[in-house]
Design a protein around this ligand. Structure first.
Ligand code: AMP
Length: 395
C-alpha cells in the first residue's frame, strides 16, 4: 500500500489529506491550527465519519508534524511510517524559478526559502515543514507544488507591469498570480465535462473564496490572471482590496498618520474588501443574510460582482472568445445568488444561467441553459488531489 500526503502549511496552521494512491482515495484528512500559540487545535477525520479532536500546546511546525504522524499510527490509519511514500507540499511563491511542480532537493529547498521575499508569511513556514518531513520520514519523496507555476505560461504582455523594464530585469517585479493549482484542476475537469480536448478550449476560471482570482485559460494554459505580484491584486476579496490606484497609498497614509508602508499594505490585505466596504463581515454568507436590509452589505456584494464581471469581460477580449466560465471555491461552489448575479449582467456574451440547474451547492455540473453559447460550469476544486497527482507523476 502506498500513501501520499498533501500538505498545505500556513504560518500557524497545517492542513493535510492522506491519499491511497494510485486509487486517489482520501483515507484521512485534518488540520492543526494555532501552531505556536497556546491551545493548538488538532483535528483528524478518518474511516469515513470518525473524528479525532484534541486541544494541546504545539510549539512549532516540527512538533505539529511529529504529533500528526504519531496520531496516524495510533489511530491505525497507517501501520508504519514507510507506507507514506510521497509528500506533496503546497508552496505559495515559486517566482520565476519554478515553472512546474518539482522534486525536492537541497537546491529546490534553498530557492523556496529565497523566495520568502515574495511570500514572507508562507514560504519560510512551508520550507520548515519540508525539512521536518525530510528528518522524520527520510525515505519519503517530497514534491513542491506551487500556486504560481500554472501562470508561468502567461505572455510578457500580460505579466509585465507598465513600469521601468529594469525593475523586472533587476528585481523580478512582475505579475505571478496565485491559486494556480485550483485553476489547473478545474480547467482539466471542464474539458472532461464539455467533452472537448483542453487544447481547443478557451476558459475563464473564477476561483471565488475568501481569496479570489480569475484566470484566462487558453488551450489549457494560463494566459492572464487577476492576482499580481502578490495575491492582493485583482477582484474584491473577503478582506483584500483587489486592484486600486497606487497613488491612494501616500494620500491615505498622510490622512491616517501612518509612517510605515507595511501598515498601509496590512490595511489593504486584512481590513479591506467585503469586510472594509460593509463594516460587517468578510464572509459572503453574512452579507447575503442582510443584503435586503443593510445598504452597505448590498453595496459590498454589488462591488464584488461588478469586479468579477469586468475581469470576465476583459478575458473574453484577451482570448478573443470564451467557451465556458467556471465557478469554484467557497463562494463559487456554494452561492446560488452570486453566480446568478454575475452571469445575469454579462448575458451579452451569449451565456444564460438555468436557475434550476444553478440551484445546487458544491456539485459538479453545467449550470447554463442548453442554448447558452458560452457555457457556465460549477466545479468543486480539489487542490489536494492535484498535489497528490503531481507527487505520483514525479516520484
Ligand atoms: P474558501 O476560501 O474557498 O473556503 O471560501 C470561503 C468563502 O466562501 C466565504 O466568503 C464564505 O462565506 C463563502 N461561502 C461558503 N459557503 C457559502 C454559501 N452557501 N453561500 C455563500 N457563500 C458561501
Amino acid at each position: 500500500m502506498t500513501k501520499t500526503i498533501a500538505i498545505n502549511a500556513g504560518s500557524s496552521s497545517l492542513k493535510w489529506q492522506l491519499f491511497e494512491m494510485p486509487e486517489e482515495e482520501v483515507i484521512a484528512q485534518g488540520i492543526v491550527e494555532r501552531i505556536g500559540l497556546k491551545d493548538s487545535i488538532f483535528t483528524i477525520k478518518y474511516d469515513s465519519g470518525k473524528k479525532y479532536n484534541k486541544v494541546l500546546d504545539i510549539p512549532d511546525h516540527e512538533s505539529a508534524v511529529n504529533d500528526l504522524l504519531e496520531q496516524l499510527l495510533r489511530l491505525n490509519i497507517i501501520a508504519s511510517y514507510d507506507e507514506i511514500t510521497g509528500a506533496g507540499h503546497r508552496i505559495v511563491a515559486g517566482g520565476e524559478y519554478f515553472k512546474e511542480s518539482a522534486l525536492v532537493d537541497e537546491e529546490a529547498l534553498r530557492k523556496v526559502e529565497e523566495l520568502g521575499d515574495f511570500a514572507p508569511l508562507h514560504n519560510p513556514a512551508e520550507a520548515t515543514v519540508i525539512r521536518v518531513f525530510q528528518k522524520v520520514l527520510p525515505k519519503t519523496t517530497n514534491v513542491v507544488v506551487f500556486d504560481t507555476s500554472f501562470h508561468a505560461t502567461m505572455p510578457k504582455k500580460n505579466y509585465l507591469y507598465s513600469i521601468p523594464f529594469e525593475y523586472y530585469e533587476k528585481y523580478r517585479a512582475r505579475k505571478y498570480g496565485a491559486h494556480g493549482t485550483s485553476h489547473r484542476y478545474v480547467s482539466e475537469r471542464a474539458a472532461d465535462m464539455l467533452g472537448k480536448p483542453l487544447a481547443e478550449l478557451k476558459l475563464i476560471t473564477c476561483h471565488l473564496g475568501n481569496g479570489a482570482s480569475i484566470t484566462a485559460v487558453q488551450g489549457g494554459k494560463s494566459v492572464d490572471t487577476s492576482m499580481g505580484f502578490t495575491p492582493l491584486a485583482g477582484v474584491t476579496m473577503g478582506t483584500r482590496s483587489g486592484d486600486i490606484d497606487a497613488s491612494l497609498l501616500p494620500y491615505l497614509m498622510k490622512k491616517l498618520n501612518l509612517t510605515d508602508i507595511k501598515e498601509m499594505v496590512d490595511i489593504l490585505n486584512k481590513k479591506s474588501g467585503l469586510l472594509g466596504i460593509s463594516g460587517i463581515s468578510s464572509d459572503m454568507r453574512d452579507l447575503l443574510d442582510v443584503e435586503s436590509t443593510n445598504e452597505m452589505a448590498a453595496t459590498a456584494i454589488e462591488i464584488f460582482v461588478n469586479r468579477i464581471q469586468k475581469y470576465i469581460a476583459g478575458y473574453v477580449a484577451v482570448m478573443n472568445g470564451c467557451d465556458a466560465i467556471v465557478f469554484t471555491a467557497g463562494i463559487g461552489e456554494n452561492s446560488v445568488p452570486i453566480r446568478e448575479k454575475i452571469i445575469e449582467g454579462i448575458t451579452w456574451f451569449g451565456c444564460k444561467i438555468d436557475s434550476e440547474k444553478n440551484n445546487v451547492h458544491g456539485q459538479e455540473r453545467i449550470i447554463s441553459t442548453d442554448d447558452s453559447t458560452m457555457k457556465v460550469l460549477l466545479i468543486p476544486t480539489n487542490e489536494e488531489l492535484m498535489i497528490a497527482r503531481d507527487v505520483e507523476r514525479l516520484k
